[in-house]
Design a protein around this ligand. Structure first.
Ligand code: FAD
Length: 527
């Protein structure tokens, strides 16, 4: 609820309007809507089928994350009583949130909670129709999950949903999945980028772009570089192959980030960082995957999927790391159906009170186990070592006990059992069989550096060498002058949010130093 002074600020900025009972304020599929603050009356929020989700009354406000990101509207708002309200234009709201910290906290936290709630409601957002055997369908589900988009998947191979099969009957593999957007438009076999653009998410890049600083990867390291680069006058462009936020965005709760004694969810931390980077006019574009780096004399070229390229005076590689897969037969049959690499609201909803296995001994496994157990699942955590305390923070080990998670030391999975993508049990290397309906894997990470080939020097595990180890003068500089690396992708870095943020900020200072070098100015003028 907004305070009297917050209502007054919004009233000064927006326009007071009225509506009759039954009037629609915005509906599913609209491209945009204003920020609405209720003064008198009541508004019901409905899904596309007209089912009521919630009602809001006086001093409350409408909206969720899409009002800030400019995405297509997922729900319909209808006045249920005569209404007096303030409508604030989206741009004016964004400026106000930059200025008013308390209001920004309230609005952002509410929007994030509402998005999480929408993700749990069937029938909201995208409808993705295609069989589990279609790789493109499974990629689209991954995209929707990582983007935290509300979606419903209709598996056209399931016999209990014949109308889904009818929808895609006759479509060839290249036309899968069928994606229905809020408002009814349909796309056949779209790429994640096409769905993004259709939903109004993110900027579209021109075939050739230029920047002072190109940041590849928008996790905490890339976002910190975006904030410091853009606020210090560099024309900063950030690209990411998936979503803004990186691994940190998928963390349920980051307990050890300085300044947040009660912990902060990864979504909130990274949403705040994105808002902050936008405030300083950093350009951010997703989903764009970098596929090669060609170092140049004063300008480096990064090529992207679908033939786009970016020329930048300095490049920061902040592509982080991604989770390892389990080396067992048939894994891909279950991935995305009953085996997952992140535990968010849709997965917790899916698991309900089922038996769930969480595999891994690190903090991310511990956080997921606690989150799922809190949601009512019967959780067993499996890890390889003798004592979990060797790899997991003490506070999390205590949380596992508190929420009744059963921990099995020295346990490795040898085989999966189930059918049609639904897991039923696993067999451990000891031969013991455990009944699990869902499995969550947190098996450590490998660097996202394959795309670099030998453009920059890397260590034996593929992490990027910097500083003295790369023969560079500056600590975060790679073997190529003007190309820097920060965060989890960097050889020898501490794999933590705070470290990634610190390195991203520090890299910007080194970029300034590099761009100011007289020899570089001469080289780039000559080029
Ligand atoms: C579930 C979970 C819980 C965690 N909990 C904590 C915690 O409590 N405390 C803590 O300190 N740390 C935690 N971590 C670790 C922390 O999130 C990472 O250390 C941090 O995110 C690293 O940041 P980064 O920017 O270096 O890389 P990342 O966060 O990995 O971001 C890299 C980005 O680069 C993008 N990318 C990769 N390849 C390409 C390409 N070719 N082109 C374009 N973009 C690309 C990726 O899509 C990604 O968005 C957790 C991690 C996870 C997964």
């Amino acid at each position: 609820m907004l305070s009297a002074s917050q209502l007054a600020r919004l009233a000064a900025l927006g326009e007071e309007r009225t509506a009759n009972a039954g009037d629609v304020l915005y509906r599913v599929g609209d491209q945009s809507y204003p920020f609405i603050v209720i003064l008198d009356g009541e508004v019901a929020i409905l899904d596309a089928a007209g089912n009521e989700i919630v009602r809001h009354g006086p001093s409350n406000f409408l909206g969720e994350l899409n009002i800030l990101s400019g995405q297509t509207v997922f729900v319909t708002a209808v006045a249920t009583r005569p209404l007096r309200y303030i409508a604030v234009d989206r741009d004016a709201l964004r400026s106000l949130l930059f200025e008013d910290g308390l209001l920004s906290d309230l609005v952002l936290a509410t929007f994030i909670a509402r998005r999480e709630a929408l993700q749990r409601v069937q029938g909201i957002g995208l409808e993705i129709v295609g069989p589990h055997s279609s790789a493109a369908t499974m990629r689209m589900l991954d995209f929707a999950r990582s983007y935290r988009l509300p979606f419903t998947w209709r598996d056209s191979a399931r016999t209990d949903d014949p109308s889904a099969a009818a929808l895609v009957a006759g479509l060839d593999e290249g036309s899968l999945p069928l994606v229905r957007l809020p408002g009814g438009a349909e796309l056949r076999g779209p790429s994640p980028g096409e769905v993004s653009r259709a939903l109004g998410i993110g900027r579209e890049l021109a075939p050739r772009e230029e920047a002072d600083l190109l940041v590849v990867g928008a996790g905490p390291a890339g976002l910190a570089a975006a904030v410091y680069g853009a606020s210090e006058g560099l024309d900063t462009l950030v690209i990411d192959s998936t979503v803004l936020g990186g691994q940190a965005g998928s963390s349920r709760r980051i307990e050890n980030y300085l300044g947040f004694p009660a912990g902060i969810s990864g979504t909130e931390l990274t949403s705040r960082a994105v808002t902050q980077a936008r405030k300083f006019d950093a350009r951010m574009a997703t989903p764009y995957r970098a596929v090669s780096l060609e170092p140049g004399n004063g300008r480096h070229i990064v090529r992207l999927e679908d033939d786009r390229e970016i020329a930048a005076r300095a490049v920061l590689l902040a592509t982080g790391a991604q989770y390892r897969r389990l080396p067992v037969d048939g894994l891909s049959e279950y991935e995305g159906m009953s085996i997952f690499y992140a535990a968010g609201p849709p997965e917790a909803q899916l698991c309900g009170a089922a038996r769930v296995g969480v595999v891994g001994g690190g903090n991310s496994a511990g956080q997921a186990a606690v989150w799922l157990a809190r949601g009512g699942a019967i959780v067993t955590l499996l890890h390889r070592r003798v004592d979990l305390r060797e790899t997991m923070s003490d506070y999390l080990v205590r949380e596992l006990e508190r929420f009744g998670v059963s921990v099995r030391d020295r346990s490795e999975i040898a085989a999966l059992h189930g059918k049609d993508g639904q897991l039923e049990a696993v067999t451990l290397k000891t031969g013991e069989r455990l009944p699990f309906s869902f499995l969550f894997l947190f098996l450590g990470a490998q660097p996202c550096t394959d795309w670099l080939d030998d453009a920059v020097a890397r260590d034996d595990d593929g992490f990027i060498l910097t500083g003295a180890a790369a023969g560079a003068e500056n600590p975060l500089e790679t073997s190529v002058p003007g190309v820097f690396a920060a965060g989890d992708v960097r050889s020898g870095s501490t794999k933590r949010c705070a470290t990634a943020v610190g390195e991203g900020a520090m890299a910007v200072q080194l970029v300034h130093g590099h761009l100011a070098e007289p020899s570089l100015t001469q080289r780039s003028t000559a080029a």
